[in-house]
Design a protein around this ligand. Structure first.
Ligand code: AMP
Length: 404
């Protein structure tokens, strides 16, 4: 399955004024960018558009300023970083709508680029407008954004699962609306993995909660041969199997659903593999006392990582896999004493030789931390978006673009 939407390759860009939504939602501390992966990921589209003789206005969000102008979430550092990466001047507009910004956008010559301030400084960007009044307000905001160009490009895969003003609604007023290269690459990779997987197809699903991953588990069950479960979500499943999980993370209201999921996997012949041992801690702290335990965890102890036998079993499945999708860490990998499970899985995926797709902020952080990024076929820039795509849902930011 490949993207059936037009891309920047399919349209004439010479002399055009392009407004492109990117995902520059990078981690910033004290005005410094800690990881510029997302900016780097947008470079191919940015360079191509500029080389083809268009001017370019970039829109993005950063963090959750909740509709307030809060400079803690300013995109200004991304303009500085992009300037370094491109080796050419990148202008910065201190707003994303208004006369002044439109003037700045219109003054850009071909080959020139500008970044506008955080779209989420306006609540109209991401509000779910229900009342007529809100709809009108949001529409007015979208019309303002649309004044920034005569071609719209969406290269923000990370927010493609949201029908926000700058990610989808803007397409109503700017045509053509096409995909950038990052969007194309993400959809093609994820789409192909799901449509024509080389088998065995193994999904590794971890992270804190079952609740956020139930839908994806259901849909993956239709496609994969094996599902390896780790992270906090494993313990709701272990409880469903009748284990005492002590103080481990558990979503009690989902224990029955977990039972149904285990039953469904059995019926479909999918290997649904849970931990057989764990690293238990006496408190949620890197300095906690720890011990290796089986699946019955004593009261006063909580499992914060998968154990050595589990790691070996998962490594074995990963080694034989031909396609791997991984989303979510195997333990509290932010604490070094509980990072072994996640890091071992990461290394096994990197060494597997399989087509490997890693998505989700935490698993991507783990891959980056391990220095093995180059050995993963595709590190997705969108956690939520990649999950929703794997679930088989339509991504509004993609649906709104022009068909091929
Ligand atoms: P998610 O956003 O659902 O992918 O969850 C990621 C978070 O899950 C990370 O911050 C991990 O520290 C956390 N996590 C992983 N394993 C566990 C565990 N066994 N107990 C509690 N939290 C966990």
């Amino acid at each position: 399955m490949s993207l059936n939407k037009k891309t920047i390759r399919d349209i004439d860009l010479k002399g055009k004024k392009v407004v492109m939504r990117v995902d520059f939602n990078v981690p910033v501390k004290d005005g410094k960018i800690k990881d510029d992966t997302r900016i780097q990921a947008a470079l191919p589209s940015i360079k191509y558009i500029l080389e083809k003789g268009a001017s370019l206005v970039l829109l993005s969000h950063l963090g959750r300023p909740d509709g307030e102008k809060n400079l803690e979430f300013s995109l200004k550092p991304t303009a500085v970083q992009l300037e370094k990466l491109l080796g050419k001047k990148v202008a910065f507009a201190s707003d994303c709508i208004g006369e002044e910004v439109v003037k700045q956008a219109n003054a850009l010559k071909s080959g020139e680029v500008m970044i506008c301030e955080n779209t989420r400084f306006y609540k109209e960007e991401d509000m779910k407008a229900k009342t007529d009044e809100d709809k009108q307000k949001q529409d007015a905001f979208v019309r303002e954004l649309a004044k920034l160009g005569n071609v719209y490009v969406n290269d923000a895969f990370g927010t493609a699962h949201r029908a926000h003003a700058s990610t989808a609604l803007i397409c109503k007023y700017v045509r053509p609306s096409v995909a950038g290269f990052l969007m194309e690459k993400e959809i093609n990779y994820l789409g192909n993995a799901v449509a024509n997987p080389k088998r065995p197809f193994v999904a590794i699903i971890g992270g804190a909660k079952v609740s956020g991953k139930l839908e994806v588990l259901k849909s993956l069950m239709e496609k994969v041969d094996t599902i390896l479960i780790g992270g906090g979500m494993a313990y709701t499943f272990l409880k469903a199997q009748g284990h005492n999980i002590g103080g481990s993370l558990c979503e009690n209201e989902l224990v029955d659903t977990a039972k149904d999921t285990l039953k469904a996997a059995k019926e479909k012949g999918v290997k649904f593999i849970l931990p057989v041992d764990n690293i238990a801690a006496d408190k949620f702290d890197n300095a906690a006392n720890t011990k290796i335990v089986g699946n019955d965890i004593a009261d006063g102890w909580m499992a914060l990582d998968i154990g050595p036998k589990t790691i070996e079993a998962y490594k074995c499945e990963i080694k034989n896999a031909k396609t791997i999708v991984w989303n979510g860490p195997m333990g509290c990998f932010e604490m070094p004493n509980f990072a072994n499970g996640t890091m071992s899985v990461c290394k096994a995926v990197a060494d597997s030789g399989a087509i490997s797709i890693v998505g989700g902020g935490d698993s991507v952080a783990a891959v980056n931390q391990s220095g093995l990024t180059d050995k993963i076929s595709h590190v997705s820039t969108g956690g939520g978006a990649s999950l929703e795509f794997l679930e088989g849902k339509n991504l509004p930011g993609v649906t709104a673009l022009d068909d091929k």
